[in-house]
Design a binder for this molecule. Structure first.
Ligand code: DNO
Length: 402
């Protein structure tokens, strides 16, 4: 695999050089300052390439070119936004990019209630607490009809939790959930969030699935023509939130979108952490089933409080938690070997250690939530160790990774 590292650009407190020292071979980045829906300017793309080269690495993967709410709902400027997305692909390809990640989560991107939850060793991890989330939805956001979306016991728990909730926590929930986490395309005040939710009235699961297929039918031929693999990141967490459907949460969801637009260029960002929040997602199985269409991998692990869907969970260390990381990596290495044997150019799959706990000096550096230097370095080191072992000619299943 190719070991990559997410870099948020010049604002990131973890530099490209830090990434190189941590063992990364390539960078995952995006132009977060360009408004969603707009075409990415050629000179801005070039500038980002230069900044990454100056740190000693190469820009391998774009994560993400955001998909606008207009495209997801097929309203407003959606046709222009699709044309702009296509043009951005052409420009990225001309600059040397071969892999572009995106997601199709309505309104909210990845969602956590707690960005710095203390683990038993005093590290800080991200957590999704279902009761806090329900308290936010019913009592802070006050979404019409919210209470009916939760089982009675959970709505009662949420009411109790909210009754004792300090103002600082209320504000933090609004910030963490509504204002968006790193990489999210857009952030909202509570009023704007309610407004956005209203724009999804009438969009059920089937309709959103169709809108994704319509989007892919337009952009996949362009991706194919310019030699880019586009790859959909799964829903995080993988279940409906705030009354909105989510459509890339399970193996069946991915099977649907891959079969409807059946081109290799239409692929998957396999995020073990996102899908792993559901006990009914078998990650090693998913990795082998969609192997041919996996173009980018996020390796991360979660520990769930319960095996229900939905549930509360926290982001555990990369080799702890529910997902069998060794089995996932073995499946990916087998796929790389298969591609090499076929003589495919894209035989090396880019992966990144997704997120990391804040440990040691991370606790004072103030990097982006979820993206500390040392926590990710540790994850990458552990994951590389697995890969090296599985690839070793003595034990190896695959006869090397390159
Ligand atoms: C969180 C990420 C998400 C993801 C986007 C992909 O760390 O995994 O921000 O990058 O949803 O579009």
């Amino acid at each position: 695999m190719r070991h990559t590292w997410r870099w948020f650009g010049p604002v990131d407190k973890v530099t490209v050089q830090d990434a190189a020292q941590a063992g990364a071979e390539g960078i995952v980045s995006a132009l977060h300052h360009i408004a969603t829906g707009d075409v990415w300017p050629v000179d801005e793309i070039a500038k980002r390439h230069e900044a990454i080269k100056a740190g000693g690495l190469y820009w391998d993967v774009v994560e993400s070119v955001p998909v606008s709410e207009d495209i997801k709902t097929q309203t407003g400027d959606w046709k222009t936004h699709i044309a702009n997305w296509q043009e951005t692909l052409r420009r990225l390809s001309a600059s040397g990019i071969r892999t572009v990640c995106y997601n199709f989560m309505p309104v909210l991107d990845w969602t956590r209630t707690d960005l710095r939850w203390e683990t038993r060793h005093g590290a800080k991890a991200m957590r999704f607490d279902l009761t806090d989330f329900a308290a936010f939805d019913i009592h802070i956001l006050k979404r019409p009809g919210a209470k009916a979306d939760y089982p009675d016991w959970l709505a009662e728990e949420a009411a109790k939790r909210f009754a004792g909730m300090p103002d600082t926590k209320i504000a933090a929930l609004g910030r963490n959930i509504g204002a968006g986490l790193p990489g999210s395309a857009d952030g909202y005040t509570l009023a704007q969030l309610l407004e956005k939710l209203r724009s999804y009235q009438g969009i059920n699961r089937e309709r959103l699935q169709q809108n994704l297929v319509d989007f892919l039918s337009e952009v996949t031929p362009v991706a194919e023509a310019v030699g880019i693999n586009i790859c959909a990141h799964g829903d995080d967490p993988p279940w409906p939130l705030l009354g909105l459907p989510r459509i890339l949460s399970t193996e069946a969801d991915y099977a649907h979108m891959l079969s409807k637009v059946d081109s290799r260029a239409n692929g998957v960002t396999l995020c073990t952490g996102s899908l792993g929040a559901r006990a009914d997602n078998d990650l090693p199985l998913i990795a082998s089933r969609f192997a041919d269409r996996i173009h980018f991998v996020h390796l991360r692990n979660v520990t769930r409080d319960t095996d229900t869907v939905p549930c509360s969970f926290f982001e555990d260390e990369h080799l702890e938690g529910a997902t069998d990381m060794v089995a996932v990596i073995a499946a990916l290495l087998a796929e790389e070997a298969r591609r090499r044997a076929e003589g495919r150019e894209d035989h090396t799959i880019p992966m990144r250690p997704d997120h990391g706990q804040e440990i040691l000096d991370d606790l004072t550096r103030g990097a982006q939530p979820g993206y500390p230097a040392i926590g990710r370095l540790k994850g990458l080191a552990e994951l590389r160790g697995i890969e090296r072992t599985l690839s070793h000619s003595h034990f190896g299943l695959t006869g090397g990774t390159r």
